[in-house]
Ligand binder design. Structure first.
Ligand code: AMP
Length: 319
């Protein structure tokens, strides 16, 4: 199928690459690595990477402006569902390719390459480049590495032997400056670290190992962070002995909604997120609700999921 993707890329003179709303480093890195590689392989093609950016990720190449495109191919990376694709006029494209590492949600109407065992969308872009004549150079290798490190949280999650093989190849072939790359991704302001301390102090932990906290707009303002950065701190709460699933409920006053981030180190949680206008991976999901009552209903469902999980674990330990 990777060869078919390459053939389609070869066929179109105009190619637009999009990914999900609420940009994160892997979404952006997979998009940028693919754009740079297609541009370097086919200098006469017009290739654009579109969507809303964030100044937080200015260590990655810049996005292009959205335009009206004629007879263009749309490639969507790192996105399983149509409603979260960050692109205008989805239906105006001539053809579609999806490249994703989320569990399948829906078909976009073209080639679909999905591997939900891949660490990141960036890892799949590497595979595509490796198995086709697409160009790989130092800059592209650097972008792919950034996407992989970031989505795996420094290879803590979803890292298989394939992941480490890709990393080994990148490091062997290109002299990547790891300290520089890590400081790009992991440097953070003191305010965020202080908010992390607040969350540790105030997280509620239920009988069945559900950790949850409401991060109100007052708290977000007091610590001087934005709601997205507050939510991202969820990734720093793994490996707490008493907690198997943890949830942040953040008030997003600007968008008049409540953003939910959920992580798990056992129970599958994406089916619960899907019921609350959300989705994601089995152990890392997000959702959006409109009021605290809905958020509380979600907490209750997750508590049940934790309870079932612990009971099953108990049963299997007795066997
Ligand atoms: P987050 O907690 O925002 O980092 O998201 C974790 C995972 O859930 C990512 O794979 C997101 O793409 C996915 N996700 C987050 N929010 C939503 C949503 N509202 N709908 C569907 N998927 C989501």
């Amino acid at each position: 199928m990777l060869k078919e993707i390459y053939k389609k890329i070869k066929k179109y003179d105009t190619i637009v690459i999009a990914r999900h709303i609420g940009v994160d480093p892997d979404a952006l890195a997979s998009q940028m690595a693919l754009r740079e590689s297609i541009r370097k392989t086919f200098p006469n093609k017009s290739v654009y990477a579109v969507g809303s950016g964030s100044t937080k990720f200015n260590y990655l190449p810049k996005l292009d402006k959205q335009d009206e495109y004629q007879d263009a191919l749309l490639i969507i990376v790192d996105t399983p569902d149509k409603k979260r694709i960050d692109v205008n006029n989805f239906d105006s494209f001539s053809d579609y390719i999806k490249i994703d590492h989320h569990p399948f949600v829906e078909n976009f109407g073209g080639i679909e390459y999905i591997d939900d065992t891949a660490s990141s969308a960036s890892e799949i872009i590497y595979r595509l480049i490796e198995e086709t004549p697409l160009v790989l150079d130092y800059d592209i290798a650097r972008i792919i590495f950034l996407g992989m490190v970031s989505d795996t949280n420094r290879f803590l999650f979803n890292s298989s032997s394939n992941t480490f093989e890709v990393v080994t190849k990148l490091l062997k072939k290109f002299d990547l400056n790891l300290p520089e790359l890590y400081s790009n991704i992991f440097m953070r302001p003191l305010n965020e670290v202080r908010l992390q301390g607040y969350i540790s102090q105030n997280m509620n932990v239920t009988e069945h190992g559900l950790g949850w906290i409401k991060i109100t707009n007052d708290v977000i303002s007091k610590f001087g962070v934005d709601v997205g950065s507050a939510g991202n701190l969820i990734n720093n709460f793994n490996y707490i002995e008493e907690v198997i699933v943890w949830v942040f409920i953040s008030e997003d006053v600007k968008n008049n909604l409540i953003k939910i981030n959920i992580r798990s180190r056992g129970p599958v949680i994406n089916h619960v997120a899907e019921k609350y206008n959300g989705g994601g991976h089995r152990l890392a999901s997000g959702a959006k609700v409109s009021c605290m009552e809905e958020a509380e209903a979600l907490i209750e469902e997750l508590e049940d999921v934790c309870k079932d999980y612990l009971e099953k674990m108990g049963d299997s330990n007795e066997d």
